[in-house]
Design a protein around this ligand. Structure first.
Ligand code: ADP
Length: 319
């Protein structure tokens, strides 16, 4: 293999730049040419492809977002779109591709592999919802952004002795809510992977107030439903005040944490190694601090699971 390509696709996440840098530098280290494909699969179809040099990825390791930009591309879900993409790859002499993104992006990578084009997936999403890896690139940064926001809300919650409902991202996964809730000592954490009883939540709030708690923090994962709706129901049923904050897209941005930069560097470099070993149709990951790879079909057929022991612990610690 003499020339490879790299793209970022779907939702961006902090650390994607560090992953791009690792792919580019590791390829050049091995005397392989590397081409950056801009705007994900949309740019692949359009041929928005440029050669990357060592300097192309200078000064990006600490930046959020993705220097290759990202896009969502409906056309790539069609056979015609995929064939156009492969034609562009051939036109540029690219023999292997690294796709950095979430599970949607991996479906695109799976299609390329099915059509005989060697592709490796690198998990980049704040949601931590990809099977085959303990952590995805961007999760740790988003977690720390959420913790910082909740710390600030906690100050005002204490001052005003109020209940705060905070909605966090994560799509169908509760990881961000669970980790943030545990890290922030939230009274209640609502995640899609666990059943909730509204009466229990109300009882817990009341008991906390009775023992003199100054405030309550309730974290709700977006996969459970709207924080605004939940707060309204709580107001109506308890006849008490509360405030709601939907953290939104601040969770996707910002300078990646050390953990995300290191993870992105390791996974990006591993993807290049695997391509050079002749692997294709696999995704890279980290499990028990070891770099691993799995068949992309297996990854896409499986469901991400959450550590429910951590959920139980969060309940035990917030009695
Ligand atoms: P993420 O990668 O963050 O999960 P999306 O689900 O939006 O984001 O997927 C990103 C892009 O991946 C889509 O816009 C599309 O171009 C491509 N993609 C998603 N699903 C498929 C599919 N089934 N076949 C081919 N390409 C797909």
């Amino acid at each position: 293999m003499k020339r490879i390509g790299v793209l970022t696709s779907g939702g961006d996440s902090p650390g994607m730049n560090a992953a791009i840098r690792a792919v580019v530098r590791k390829a050049i280290y091995h005397d392989i040419e590397v081409y950056g494909i801009y705007y994900g699969y949309a740019g692949l179809i359009a041929g928005d492809i440029k050669k990357m040099e060592l300097g192309s990825v200078g000064d990006i390791i600490h930046r959020g977002g993705t220097m290759l930009y990202t896009a969502r591309c409906e056309e790539f879900k069609t056979l015609e779109g995929q064939q156009k993409g492969i034609e562009q790859l051939k036109k540029f002499g690219i023999e292997g591709l690294v796709v950095i993104g979430g599970d949607g992006s991996f479906r695109g990578a799976q299609k390329l592999t099915e059509h005989g084009f060697p592709t490796i997936g690198v998990p980049g999403t704040i949601d931590n919802d990809i099977p085959g890896t303990d952590f995805t690139i961007g999760f740790d940064t988003a977690l720390n952004t959420v913790i910082d926001a909740i710390d600030k809300i906690r100050d005002t919650a204490t001052s005003h002795e109020r209940t705060y409902v905070i909605e966090v991202m994560g799509r169908h996964a509760g990881d961000l809510a669970l980790w943030a809730g545990l890290a922030d000592g939230a009274e209640t954490i609502l995640i899609p992977e666990a059943e909730h009883d509204f009466d229990d939540i109300m009882y817990k709030l009341k008991r906390g107030q009775e023992r003199g708690k100054k405030h309550s923090i309730i974290i709700i994962a977006e996969g459970v439903g709207s924080g605004i709706d939940f707060a309204q129901r709580l107001r109506e049923e308890t006849n008490t005040e509360n405030r709601v904050t939907v953290l939104g897209h601040i969770q996707r941005g910002g300078s990646p944490t050390g953990a995300d930069r290191v993870l992105a560097s390791r996974l990006g470099a591993k993807a290049v190694d695997l391509l050079l070993e002749g692997k294709e149709g696999v995704t890279v990951g980290i499990q028990q601090n070891k770099l691993v790879y799995h068949d992309i079909n297996e990854i896409l057929a499986n469901q991400h699971t959450i550590d429910l022991d951590m959920y139980t612990l969060s309940q035990e610690l917030s009695i």
